[in-house]
Design a binder for this molecule. Structure first.
Ligand code: ADP
Ligand code: ZN
Ligand code: MG
Length: 500
């Protein structure tokens, strides 16, 4: 049938580069801090000067092992490094130290919740290597000469490459996988994993085929600098390859293409290189060493709860909606704040979730604040919700109290006391307020009795306005209704004095 011929499958595999969050670089003591003056964090080792000798940073290996455990990898029992040769000015040694013959982890998987349900995406390998420096290409000047600037601050920062098996089936799946992986890395605290700072980067491989056929030739996409770019680049490339295949011209050879963000197209860069082109051989200056089993076991024991487990727990244990569970568990600090609040709070988890994702998030966005540097504690936050539940304050006032806590760090009870914001729950006071407005607006009473619900809202609004929102809304409704109905029974003839 002609229809089925057009049904192509897309196959995507990702190579993710993650800068590990060590204080010092991989082979020297230079700082890894981001965003400093160019070439201020360099030494003979990371500049590749003759005679510089690498000394391995143990923390980088630890971070790699931790990531390998979280990604369910089979970990190597020995750590060894190899040289990968290529020439580029940002690689001063003329080779990159990487792990070619024995990656630190193999055959792992990461479980991801895709649109059609959860699935394990296999991780082919993870390996440790060093970052290159950074090249800035300048446009040509008046003399027509273009130049490039080199910053070696990044040279030698530990990098973990995470390679997936080719089993993602759409650009959207690639994005979802990457978001999950980023969340895992943040949760492990092994990397800042910030795409905008380049500490989380991805090359994406894509091929298309007819169902049942073997893997097609792939294109490797580079220069994907945001999640949006990754998805857009893959969508473009998927369409391009499907069209080629539909015309009966599959890719002639595997190639590397770059994503042109402005034009929204992928552009040919070069034919894909082969492993032999790099002349790999074992790194002679770093002897292989054994990875102690106890070390790995300690790291395994110390693994935190991973984002997916946390999300599931929030749905199952706290009965949160899938969206709320995902939002709350996405960032560790917010998840911790949520759980710390729950420890002190008697009410429902959903209430806490609503307040964190609603008002608190709104305030944090407005003031560009983080949950880690709030002026008040989770305990204060719980106290605020408790006061609302006990009807000491209305939910409207609770929002005002939160704003004040947010700005000054004052305890909620103190704010309420100082401002006289306690809710009015005394029926006699409410009755007095209700009668005042009813007496003052006889026409509205007639409207109400004539069936206009708006009139009810008018009275309720008037009382709220005069009490600055302090009257307990349920009691107000009850008393107001009784008061207005009383007029029906006394003959629909305007206001009668109260004879009880
Ligand atoms: P190399 O290192 O030579 O680029 P790898 O086998 O390490 O090749 O694969 C690199 C990435 O490309 C992996 O993420 C893998 O899943 C992906 N990949 C390999 N073959 C294909 C293919 N035919 N289609 C899509 N992705 C592929
Ligand atoms: Zn250095
Ligand atoms: Mg590779």
């Amino acid at each position: 049938m002609w229809v089925s011929k057009l049904r192509y499958e897309t196959v995507i595999g990702l190579e993710v580069h993650v800068e590990l969050k060590t204080k010092a670089k991989l082979w020297c003591g230079c700082s890894t801090q981001f965003g400093t003056e160019p070439n201020t964090q360099v030494c003979p080792v990371c500049l590749g000067l003759p005679g510089g000798l690498p000394l391995l940073n143990k923390k980088a290996v630890e971070f790699a092992l931790t990531t390998g455990l979280a990604l369910n990898c089979v970990l190597a029992d020995h750590c060894r490094f190899d040289r990968k040769h290529y020439f580029y000015p940002d690689l001063p040694k003329g080779y990159q130290i990487t792990q070619f013959y024995q990656p630190i982890g193999r055959e792992g998987w990461l479980e991801v919740e895709f649109a059609d349900g959860p699935r394990r995406v296999r991780i082919k390998e993870i390996h440790l290597e060093e970052e290159a420096g950074r090249t800035y290409h300048l446009p040509s000047g008046p003399d027509g000469v273009a130049s490039s600037l080199l910053d070696y601050n990044r040279s030698g920062i530990p990098l973990l490459e995470i390679v997936t098996a080719p089993e993602l089936s759409s650009p959207a799946e690639a994005r979802i996988f990457l978001e999950e992986l980023k969340a895992v890395l943040e949760c492990l605290e092994v990397s800042d994993a910030k795409m905008e700072e380049g500490s989380f980067r991805c090359d994406a491989n894509l091929s298309v085929r007819r169902p049942g056929e073997k893997l097609g030739k792939r294109v490797e996409l580079k220069n994907l600098n945001s999640f949006r770019a990754i998805e857009a680049g893959l969508v473009y490339e998927e369409k391009r390859q499907r069209e080629l295949l539909a015309q009966g011209e599959p890719l002639p050879y595997e190639e590397v293409r770059t994503w042109d963000e402005e034009k929204g197209i992928t552009v040919y860069m070069r034919e894909k290189e082969q492993a032999a082109d790099y002349r790999y051989f074992p790194e002679p200056e770093i002897p292989p060493f054994a990875i102690a089993g106890e070390w790995v076991e300690t790291l395994r024991t110390n693994l935190p709860e991973l984002p997916l487990e946390k999300r599931r727990r929030y749905r199952e244990e706290y009965r949160l909606s899938a969206t709320d569970a995902a939002l709350l568990s996405r960032r560790k600090a917010e998840a911790n704040f949520f759980e710390a609040t729950l420890q002190k709070y008697q009410g429902s988890a959903q209430t806490v979730a609503n307040w964190i994702l609603g008002e608190l998030t709104r305030l944090m966005k407005e003031e560009k604040a983080e949950v880690t540097n709030l002026q008040f504690s989770a305990e204060d936050f719980a106290a605020l919700l408790q006061l609302q539940d006990q009807k000491v304050i209305s939910s409207k006032i609770a929002k005002a109290v939160l704003e004040e806590m947010f700005r000054t760090g004052t305890k909620p009870a103190v704010i309420i006391e100082e401002r006289g914001w306690q809710q009015i729950t005394d029926p006699n006071i409410i009755k007095t307020l209700v009668r005042e407005t009813v007496v003052a607006n006889p026409a509205a009473v007639q409207d109400y009795l004539g069936g206009k619900q708006k009139a009810f809202a008018f009275f309720a609004g008037d009382v709220m306005r005069k009490s600055k929102g302090r009257v307990n809304p349920e009691l107000l409704n009850e008393i107001l209704q009784a008061e207005l109905e009383r007029h029906r029974s006394v003959g629909n003839s305007g206001y009668q004095s109260d004879r009880q």
